[in-house]
Design a protein around this ligand. Structure first.
Ligand code: PXP
Length: 239
């Protein structure tokens, strides 16, 4: 069964807009789990634009499904990950000027710097997922350097679906399926995310061997109007 991981970053974005305590991503995580989320994701960015260190530490104590910590593989973030010991770390590229993560990690180019980080995390019993573009060379590299999972970047598919029509979306879907097939052959477990919403999620959920979809913006946007419970339940039903 494909499961839903809810990314609570944008609850923190709203809190940071006023610099106070509300709304709390920890509360959002509880409600998301009660509505059927099977994982909670938080991205601790170097610039701390949304999730703060305190959120990650409290989520580790309160999440009852599993906590997926998204981070760049910097020495600062590695230290925090080894202190918090989340269920999973998803390694993402990070650029200060970007609005959100805009592509997968260039795994093949960065094999050497990732190998040690992955080994250290795994020695500490943390599952390691690499956020990758759906390209075979990066999938192969992810397996070679010891990742347990990949998270396929679905942003290009989502953009094609919303801006370029069905044929373009289907082409991107085929690319995702090809990458998933390669990953499965290499015994990598498969997650996916970025830009997934209520209109485009189902074909991605139907990709063979898909395990978990990590979704943030569309769910939190809908939650701001109808509440987290409905927003999560609707997404779980679609998946
Ligand atoms: N997966 C990863 C690795 C991400 O960086 C993000 C965005 O923070 C998401 C999933 C969720 O993307 P969205 O907010 O577009 O659903």
């Amino acid at each position: 069964m494909v499961t839903l991981g809810v990314n609570v970053d944008h609850i923190a974005t709203l809190r940071q807009a006023r610099g106070g305590r509300e709304p709390d991503p920890v509360h959002a995580a509880v409600l998301a789990e009660l509505a059927g989320a099977r994982g909670i994701t938080a991205h601790l960015r170097e610039d701390r634009r949304h999730i703060q260190d305190r959120d990650v530490y409290i989520l580790k104590q309160t999440v009852t499904t599993h906590l997926n910590l998204e981070m760049a593989p910097t020495s600062e973030m590695m230290k925090i990950a080894l202190d918090v010991l989340p269920y999973m770390v998803t390694i993402v590229p990070e650029r200060r000027e970007e609005r959100t993560t805009e592509e997968g990690y260039p795994v093949q180019e960065k094999e050497r710097e990732l190998t040690e980080a992955i080994a250290t995390l795994r020695e500490n019993h943390i599952l390691v997922s690499l956020f990758v573009n759906p390209v075979i060379r990066d999938v192969r590299s992810a397996a070679k350097i010891g990742a347990t999972h990949i998270e396929l970047y679905t942003g290009t598919y989502a953009k094609a679906a919303s801006e370029r029509g069905q044929t373009a979306a289907e082409e991107q879907l085929e690319t995702l399926k090809g990458a998933a097939m390669a990953a499965n052959r290499l015994n990598l477990r498969i997650n996916a995310g970025h830009g997934l919403n209520y209109l485009n999620v189902t074909p991605v959920a139907n990709i063979d061997n898909m395990e978990e979809l990590n979704i943030g913006h569309s769910i939190i946007a809908r939650a701001s109007l109808v509440g987290i419970d409905s927003a999560v339940r609707e997404m779980v039903a679609l998946i």
